[in-house]
Design a protein around this ligand. Structure first.
Ligand SMILES: NC(=O)c1ccc[n+]([C@@H]2O[C@H](COP(=O)([O-])OP(=O)(O)OC[C@H]3O[C@@H](n4cnc5c(N)ncnc54)[C@H](O)[C@@H]3O)[C@@H](O)[C@H]2O)c1
Ligand SMILES: [Zn+2]
Length: 344
């Protein structure tokens, strides 16, 4: 089992545990349950069907999709916590993918003006991204993450065993988010690309190696968050570096429902590399291709549609697009650019 402690300059701390299999999981959950502190779990209903018995806490299940990542769901959680008599000392545990951890983190941040939360992420994306770094949020009027806070979970326990219930294809769809952090740091990208291209979920030692890559991805994200917890930037790129590929990804997601977020991020990474005049574009494309992932803007989206979608990006300032570009593996730059200067 690996442990990474995230400590921010604002004296917030989060302990992140990453494990391969369920060996320690049940013992740890039982121990947490035996503690004096009361734990209330919010569990993705699909995860509850598959793994419900592993969580010995009072629990409420929620539908985990974007349509339910709303203030209404948060309100239902607050009603349930009140009905359970949860006090300010209670811990709210979010069990599921990024939808569940985002909703749960937000509910914990506002219940009785804030109680502690912790996460058991059960998707690859939640393990390397959504459960780490304290950002939470809900969609409002269909707009993604319009309301939320930044508040670190007390702890996160990621067990790779949860990933066994995904098909190879479903699991690999989130790989671009992992490639993203490795490209940012300039470490493990080639190793991970090679490993995931040559192996599949049935390969011996697959989940052990997955644990290694998850741990390193978490370590890199923690490093970025430690330096800039609240995305203040302070003149530098700060936490915004994690948006690599995302300006394009969000635009693609706006224009078509064909791709998952992770797949759109993969295409976005190639676009970010093009705009940074990066020599490694071919290697990024090859990595995505070898993992069965898309790497080109889909033909059905025109450049005009992409531009129109990018013009609505939350990060734009004074009519300029704040684009995070990849100059080389490990070399990122933020570029203020006009729409016409963007290369597609
Ligand atoms: N807070 C952050 O920093 C941050 C970062 C990245 C993404 N996010 C958010 O995360 C969300 C996406 O996260 P996600 O991809 O985990 O989506 P998700 O939570 O919707 O989960 C994806 C699907 O997998 C199912 N699922 C979960 N665990 C499973 C398991 N072990 N086996 C089988 N099925 C399982 C869910 O029921 C759901 O149908 C988005 O809402 C995004 O905005 C937040
Ligand atoms: Zn993302």
């Amino acid at each position: 089992m690996e442990k990474i402690t995230l400590r921010t300059p604002h004296h917030h701390q989060s302990d992140i545990f990453i494990d391969t299999d369920f060996t320690h999981f049940n013992t740890i959950m039982q121990k947490i349950n035996a503690d004096e502190r009361s734990v209330f779990a919010i569990v993705d209903e699909k995860v509850d069907e598959l793994y419900g018995s592993r969580f010995p806490f009072p629990k409420m299940t929620i539908k985990a999709d974007e349509a339910h990542k709303t203030l209404e769901t948060v309100e239902l959680i607050l009603h349930w916590l009140m009905g359970q008599g949860a006090g300010r000392e209670a811990l709210l545990l979010g069990v599921g993918g990024g939808v569940t951890t985002d909703v749960c983190g937000f509910a914990a941040a506002i219940y009785k003006r804030g109680i502690d939360c912790a996460f058991v992420p059960t998707t690859l994306l939640a393990m390397i991204d959504a459960s780490i770094g304290g950002k939470n949020g809900v969609n409002v009027l269909g707009f993604k993450n319009m309301a939320g806070t930044v508040r670190q979970p007390k702890w996160v326990f990621a067990s790779c065993d949860f990933l066994r219930s995904f098909s190879q294809r479903a699991l690999y769809k989130s790989l671009p988010e992992m490639f993203k952090v490795f490209l940012i740091k300039g470490e493990y990208f080639h190793e991970a690309a090679d490993f995931f291209a040559k192996n599949d979920v049935n390969a011996v030692g697959f989940f052990e190696k997955m644990q290694f890559f998850i741990t390193e991805a978490v370590r890199i994200k923690c490093g970025v968050v430690t330096a800039d917890e609240f995305e203040e930037g302070r003149g530098g790129i700060g936490r915004r570096i994690l948006n690599l590929g995302h300006t394009f990804a969000h635009a693609i997601e706006h224009c078509t429902a064909r791709y998952s977020h992770g797949e759109a991020v993969g295409i976005g990474l190639v676009e970010a590399a093009k705009n940074g005049h990066c020599d490694d574009i071919q290697q990024i494309e090859n990595a995505l291709k070898a993992c069965g992932l898309p790497y080109q803007l889909p033909g059905e989206i025109s450049v005009a549609e992409m531009k129109s979608a990018i013009s609505q990006d939350k990060k734009n300032t004074n009519g300029l697009v704040n684009l995070i570009v990849l100059e080389a593996v490990g070399k990122i730059r933020m570029q203020k650019t006009t729409m016409d200067e963007i290369i597609f």
